[in-house]
Design a protein around this ligand. Structure first.
Ligand code: SF4
Length: 504
């Protein structure tokens, strides 16, 4: 059950019916009320009784929920015929899928996957994802308690690109007088509010962060002094880098020493998934790849070659790079078009449908009991989740795990592959595209000239640290507007979001 509707409508627009649910486009899972005329979305509001969204939806959540009616959306199944695609009817596709999905299958899940999609993936084969699997609680406190912190030390977190509403609690903390310190490779919203920030290339940013955690410098001394009133924020990008285990060990030590709080911000899963690097290394052994989202953008050219002879099935909202390289394109159901269980920031959220499906449901449904089992595996009773809408799960804290020791890595140049403001929807949403029509590579003014001979599309960007080449995974080569660079075409280990850059 979602939250009850408000006594009075929040919209001034005419509508026929209202439905309460949760936004499923990031792990904040803000409560929402959808106002509908027939099957059309007349208006959309944040639910005022939801303590996470507190009556608001972010611009990303609003845009993504309107994806439902996007004119660019894939709305019917397509099958490759030579270099083009032919629409096919649902029955034919289901027949083909039944035969294909009984072969040796790997499933790749993107950051939007629900527990229902995870259960299906598990029933078909090995599961890979671009999100990071954390077997421990990704945050030691509920995010709304962050506003009470007196010190926030941030390594590379930009919630506006991943979980927008998380920024609210950090801004609240800063405005209530908390000392906010940010260090990272690009100026972001938490730099704007910071008492002090350091713009540094990744190895220098990590070194500074680790030194602070050892109690060095003003922020290190404050950390020692404020202990439980301090919060460490670490971005997913830095976990998916050569520094991942170094950071996990350092955070674990700091929590044990000072009793401070921690949170990892970005795209995470509390259920096991293999990382993108393993997908790239192991894809040769599969006959069929079932691909949610756009994972082929991460693959280097030689790995794309290895896909020849395999059957690729893309499950996609839009005809993106991965879809256009596939043999079968299946339209993907949008959030809001069916009941789903979302991975929240330390909780699960059950979102009832509020939009009429615009696309046929072609993949097999996972057994309902498999989804309930997953919910139970996180210590949550499925009946309680359906009744209450959102339930926190209890995973052990980071301090109960050990991580292999790793040496630090040094490089003059780094490549960073992480989302920018509009993510991929900006490419396909007519009103967002003009905001960021071209998506080149970015580098600091002093670094760009050095990179230009190798990457002619580099643009100067005063927000980036020197020594960093920045690319968004949403950049695509094969799409209808302003083609740009595929991250997989850049050097660096495909699974890493932050990697040393070697120029030949
Ligand atoms: S913060 Fe996340 S859940 Fe909330 S409206 Fe934005 S996208 Fe949706």
């Amino acid at each position: 059950m979602a939250l009850p509707l408000t006594n009075k409508p929040l919209t001034a627009k005419p509508f026929e019916r209202a439905v309460s649910s949760y936004c499923g486009w990031c792990s904040v899972s803000c409560g929402l009320i959808a106002y509908l005329n027939g099957d059309e979305l007349a208006d959309l509001y944040g639910h005022p009784a939801d303590p996470d969204g507190v009556g608001s939806l972010c611009s990303k959540g609003i845009a993504y929920n309107y994806l439902h009616a996007s004119p660019f959306r894939v709305t019917r199944p397509l099958v490759r015929e030579g270099s083009s695609f032919r629409p096919v009817d649902g029955r034919e596709v289901k027949r083909r899928l039944e035969q294909l999905l009984s072969k040796k299958v790997a499933v790749f899940l993107d950051r939007y996957f629900t527990l229902e999609e995870y259960a299906l993936a598990r029933s078909l084969g090995e599961v890979y994802s671009e999100v990071t699997y954390l077997p421990f609680n990704r945050t030691s406190d509920r995010p709304r308690l962050w506003r009470e912190k007196k010190l926030v030390i941030n390594l590379g977190v930009e919630p506006v690109s991943s979980e927008v509403m998380l920024a609210r609690w950090l801004v609240d903390a800063a405005e209530k007088g908390a000392y906010l310190f940010s260090v990272g490779h690009r100026v972001g919203s938490l730099f704007q509010k910071a008492r002090r920030f350091e713009l540094r290339k990744p190895d220098d940013a990590v070194e500074l962060f680790l030194n602070l955690l050892e109690g060095e410098g003003k922020e290190g001394r404050l950390l020692k002094e404020l202990g439980p009133q301090a919060l460490l924020l670490i971005s997913q990008s830095y976990l998916e880098s050569p520094f991942g285990n170094l950071l996990l060990n350092a955070v674990k030590r700091a929590v044990e020493l000072y009793g401070c709080s921690y949170a990892f911000v970005g795209h995470f899963s509390p259920l096991p998934v293999k990382p993108l690097s393993a997908f790239v290394d192991e894809l040769e052994q599969y006959e069929v790849l079932l691909l949610f989202g756009n994972p082929l953008t991460y693959l280097p050219d030689e790995k794309l070659e290895l896909l020849k002879g395999k059957t690729l099935i893309s499950v996609s909202y839009f005809p993106d790079f991965t879809a256009l390289k596939s043999d079968i394109i299946l339209p993907r159901e949008a959030k809001g078009e069916k009941a789903v269980t979302n991975r929240g920031v330390g909780f699960l959220a059950f979102s009832p449908p509020f939009l009429k499906p615009r696309v046929p449901s072609l993949l097999p449904e996972p057994p309902k009991e498999a989804v309930r089992e997953l919910v139970r595996s996180l210590g949550v009773e499925p009946e309680r989740l359906e009744r209450e809408g959102k339930v926190f799960y209890e995973l052990p804290p980071v301090t109960e795990f050990s991580f292999p020791e790793e040496k630090t890595v040094r490089s003059e140049l780094w490549v960073v592959k992480e989302e920018l403001l509009l993510e991929q929807l900006g490419r396909w949403f007519t009103r967002l595209l003009p905001l960021e029509p071209e998506r080149p590579l970015y580098a600091a003014p002093k670094t760009a000239p050095r990179l230009k001979p190798y990457f002619p599309e580099v643009r100067e960007d005063a927000c980036s640290a020197e020594g960093v080449l920045l690319v968004s995974p949403a950049y695509e080569e094969s799409q209808p507007f302003n083609p740009s660079t595929r991250p997989g075409a850049l050097p660096g280990r495909p699974g890493w979001r932050v990697a040393p850059l070697e120029l030949e």
